[in-house]
Design a protein around this ligand. Structure first.
Ligand SMILES: [Zn+2]
Length: 407
């Protein structure tokens, strides 16, 4: 039972409700939480694949991103929102450019989001000032939206694109304003090797030394970590957004040490990363890829089971974003962020009993099975019909923009 934006009762009778959604043959779940993405990057989906990372960035992605406009990011965010709603994601943590326009799109589509402007100062003091100013302006913008559904995070892109001053400014800003500090850490072996060569310490050691780590930090990737760096992250209270599909597609090499993170008590959530490096925003697929990657990597089928993988995409993701009191599970008092999957589909049958349903969700489910998506008590999708988005119109607009970007 939902009243306003909250869950007020959990049961099956539904008595006294104004509107009843028939759940027969459906599995009801907390909405999935994507803890790291770049929503508007859906515009670059499929544009450049199967390339070496540096070529991919320098020859394809960065030249395209130079041509981005506020309108492009707005339309990209609408398309990305449609994909999220249709694949059961209800909350996400984002980092990109023209974030006011992303915020406008998210406000319209009804999703829950924590949004950050990607700060890149390239160790230039003047640029650092202007980037910090842009982030501050975006902070004011998010406040002006006056909805707890959309929150701000400060977003220093990475330790190799931001000066120590900017990283510390971000930590400070996050602390003062009680917001998240969203960053990419130790994504590739090259990043780790360059750090050791140029600064004589590993990436997390460096961040620890300058005092940039905090319990407000959500660090995407964290692929190339030693055990002692995992402990350092745990001590500082840093959360990790694990992006297995992106790491595999970009051949980051290595695998984020999830079992060690669990042992050390690091909060871990799952992310898709941007659609240019995935190429979807599908969290159901991300769960499966995550579980399989760690089994294959450790030669151990028990290393990550279906229940823990589902937790990563729900309750654990909420904890990674510091939103565990609000989202991540279906409980009285929490926000009504709920999805329902139709269990009549052939890929979800037969059902061997209640205890195997979690396996079905992680290893067999696909976005087409998501029937209903509710965020903040509002039904954003009914029987796969989007209620807040004109999909055909958005598809046309996004195609036109993508054509311009690729030229
Ligand atoms: Zn990213």
């Amino acid at each position: 039972m939902i009243d306003g934006d909250k869950i007020v009762e959990v049961g099956s009778h539904g008595q006294g409700a104004d509107v009843v959604i028939d759940g027969a043959g459906k599995i009801v779940l907390p909405g999935l939480i994507n803890t790291h993405t770049h929503l508007s990057m859906v515009l670059l989906r499929g544009y450049a694949d199967d390339m070496l990372l540096q070529d991919w960035l320098q020859k394809k992605i960065w030249p395209c991103e130079m041509k981005l406009t506020p309108e492009a990011c707005y339309q990209g965010a609408l398309l990305g929102s449609a994909e999220m709603i249709m694949s059961g994601t209800t909350s996400f943590l984002d980092m990109y450019f023209y974030m006011e326009d992303v915020g406008r799109a998210v406000k319209e589509t009804g999703l829950r989001a924590v949004l950050s402007y990607g700060i890149i100062d390239l160790f230039d003091q003047a640029k650092a000032k202007s980037e910090q100013e842009k982030s501050r302006k975006f902070f004011d913008y998010v406040r002006s939206l006056e909805t707890p559904r959309i929150q701000f995070a400060v977003g220093p892109h990475a330790p190799y694109t931001c000066s120590a001053e900017t990283l510390l400014w971000a930590k400070d800003f996050a602390e003062k304003n009680k917001v998240l500090d969203h960053i990419h850490i130790a994504e590739t072996r090259k990043e780790q090797a360059d750090f050791q060569k140029e600064r004589g310490s590993r990436v997390v050691e460096y961040l620890d030394k300058i005092g940039a780590l905090s319990n407000r930090m959500v660090a995407a990737h964290c692929v190339w970590l030693t055990k002692s760096e995992v402990i350092t992250l745990a001590r500082a209270g840093v959360s990790v957004a694990h992006c297995p599909a992106s790491n595999m597609k970009l051949a980051s090499g290595g695998v984020a040490p999830l079992p060690e993170m669990f042992d050390a008590g690091v909060p871990v959530g799952l992310g898709t990363d941007g659609a240019a490096s995935n190429n979807s925003l599908d969290m159901l697929e991300t769960m499966k890829i995550c579980a399989l990657l760690h089994k294959a990597h450790r030669w151990d089928a028990t290393v990550l089971n279906a229940q823990k993988t589902l937790d990563l995409a729900t309750v654990d993701g909420a904890r990674a974003l510091g939103l565990q009191d609000q989202i991540g599970s279906i409980e009285v008092g929490k926000k009504a962020d709920i999805i329902a999957l139709d269990m009549h589909a052939p890929n979800l049958n037969p059902i061997h009993g209640k205890e195997t349903v979690v396996s079905d969700l992680v290893y067999s489910a696909s976005p087409g099975n998501v029937d209903t998506t509710i965020v903040d008590g509002r039904v954003l999708m009914t029987n796969r019909h989007l209620n807040t988005i004109d999909l055909e119109q958005i598809r046309q607009n996004a195609s036109k923009i993508a054509e311009g970007l690729a030229q």
